[in-house]
Ligand binder design. Structure first.
Ligand code: BJW
Length: 227
């Protein structure tokens, strides 16, 4: 049975209107992503970190924000392919789900989820989050944090991800710069285990583990690749 493993990054959601991390100088309100997406930033300046994620959560609720042709093409592949398809995303948006995929692996967490800082229990989070929001799982109640994997923290579901990548017949990375590990190293594992490897991006890569490159905007290259 052919097993297609797909890894998506910020580039797949760019044409839906969500900024990528490392284009536009990689700055958010003059802060580098490494300044706001770390446990240290959350300890030293929680207001800034809550504000950053509240703005991004609000963006997800904007009516104009919709999945694009690339999300829909992957959903069609996922739901119609006779073999197995595993979709791993580094993105914290919900555009794959909104395009019709229910079992997305969110290795860097999700914007619409909060996590208890003590027990780790997750809860759905649709509104703004700040210091005043307390969990319902601890006694006394503890603070909630964004359910996001920050630098230095272990990405989620790594065992499942490594199993999938090792058994892949085809591995494709879409719209990701390959600068953040361990996601960036998954292609090496797939390649070593004999998968056919593809890279879909606006710009080419010099990573030799990718055998095939498809250069162009995801909304046109992904539907073409899926066909
Ligand atoms: C298009 C397009 C269009 C545009 N069509 N394409 C040295 C010091 C300190 C730490 C490290 C170190 N060396 C390595 C580390 C580890 C660190 C790391 O990799 N750092 C690097 C920066 C050096 N990694 C970690 O800390 C991770 N944890 C970890 O390693 O734990 C230990 C471990 C040990 C053993 C096994 C497993 C683990 C955690 C990483 C957490 C990443 N978190 C973030 C932020 C949180 C999410 C959020 O706030 O939203 O996740 S960082 C940010 O980068 C975000 C993304 O998911 C991630 C990847 O970015 P992505 O998706 O690739 O986006 P961009 O912007 O980089 O690229 C966009 C691409 O799209 C470009 O290529 C464009 O060309 C393309 N594009 N438009 C097609 N229309």
């Amino acid at each position: 049975m052919e097993h297609i493993v797909i890894l998506t990054g910020a580039g797949i959601s760019a044409e839906s209107g969500i900024n990528t991390f490392r284009d536009n100088n990689g700055l958010w309100e003059n802060h580098r992503i490494e300044e706001v997406a770390t446990p240290e930033a959350f300890i030293s300046n929680p207001e800034l970190v809550y504000h950053f994620y509240n703005l991004r959560r609000q963006q997800l609720h904007q009516a104009s924000l919709k999945p694009n042709a690339a999300h829909y093409a992957l959903a069609k592949l996922h739901n119609n392919w006779k073999g197995k398809v595993t979709l791993i995303t580094q993105n914290v948006d919900n555009l794959h789900e909104r395009a019709g995929i229910s079992d997305v692996i969110h290795m860097h967490g999700e914007l619409l989820s909060a996590r208890c800082t003590v027990s780790g229990r997750r809860s759905e989070w649709l509104n703004d989050l700040d210091r005043l929001n307390q969990c319902e799982c601890c006694q006394p109640a503890s603070a909630l944090r964004p359910d996001i994997v920050w630098f230095g923290e272990m990405p989620l579901q790594m065992e499942l991800i490594y199993d999938a990548v090792q058994s892949a017949s085809v591995f494709v990375a879409i719209g990701t710069s390959g600068q953040v590990y361990p996601a960036a190293g998954l292609v090496d594992i797939a390649h070593q285990h004999g998968a056919e490897t593809h890279f879909i991006n606006l710009e080419s890569t010099d990573n030799p583990a990718f055998e095939h490159q498809h250069i162009g905007a995801a909304s046109s290259t992904v539907p073409k690749w899926v066909e």
